[in-house]
Design a protein around this ligand. Structure first.
Ligand code: DC
Length: 233
């Protein structure tokens, strides 16, 4: 007999959370939810509306417009991936730009933004069977998730992985720019006042500096199988 659970995967930027979460969701036939994409879509919206100027946000205007922001996910059957939509427009590529990466931690530190997105994420996970990755999933969004992981990796290794990923996509950037962006986001995400990145007490640590994707997948699935196939009490 199997039961549906929720799996929370938190960790630093560019740790490979989404690669792992997607593979686990596919294996279990669960829904994968990329909460970082939601903060990125919100950032794109703020940029489009010119609400970010010189590292500061027009908070009042952002608050007024929040109810007009609709972020959804749709599965693309041709590309076999879930894509992010902002007010009905596909923004999957735009939200991965360096411009959005530069400002996303600023927007993610806004309590009004977090309130809205956390509520939305909690609704998405109500029926269980969800693998969600982010920064505050195990601590704030799904504190009752049956299985939680906290991923870390050496910052240099993360920067290299991210740089190669961007290069493959043809994004114009340098290794130093990517490394600095990751360092800056680590700092902002860990030290912000609202829902900072931290390991939940009951999260399993997963340092993947020297692990292959397959090794991480097996590690997570070993834990998941025990819970999914445990006899329901
Ligand atoms: O996972 P990512 O790099 O796409 O996330 C983008 C940013 O969004 C990241 O710098 C921090 C923020 N974020 C957050 O604050 N809370 C989450 N649950 C997910 C992401």
């Amino acid at each position: 007999m199997s039961r549906k659970i929720n799996i929370a995967i938190d960790g630093f930027s560019s740790c490979g959370k989404s690669t792992l979460a997607k593979a686990v969701a596919k294996e279990l036939n669960y829904i994968y939810i990329d909460t970082g994409a939601m903060y990125r879509a919100m950032t794109l919206f703020a940029l489009q509306q010119k609400l970010i100027k010189a590292e500061s946000i027009d908070r009042e205007k952002l608050g007024d417009l929040l109810d007009k922001v609709f972020i959804t996910f749709k599965y693309n059957t041709d590309l076999k991936r879930t894509e992010t939509y902002l007010n009905g427009t596909k923004v999957e590529n735009e939200i991965r730009s360096m411009q959005v990466s530069k400002y996303v931690s600023l927007i993610a530190a806004e309590p009004q933004v977090r309130r809205k997105l956390v509520r939305l994420q909690q609704r998405m996970a109500e029926s269980k069977g969800v693998v969600m990755d982010g920064r505050d999933i195990g601590t704030v969004v799904l504190p009752d998730a049956e299985l939680k992981f906290f991923m870390t990796a050496d910052p240099e290794v993360r920067a290299k992985r991210r740089y190669n990923e961007l290069k493959e996509k043809g994004t114009e950037t340098t290794f130093e720019e990517v490394r600095e962006n990751i360092r800056h986001r680590d700092d902002l995400d860990s030290n912000r006042t609202h829902d900072p990145l931290r390991r939940a007490d009951d999260a399993i640590a997963l340092d993947n500096t020297d692990l292959t994707i397959d090794e991480q997948f097996i590690f997570v699935m070993n834990h998941a199988h025990k819970l999914v196939h445990a006899t329901a009490k």
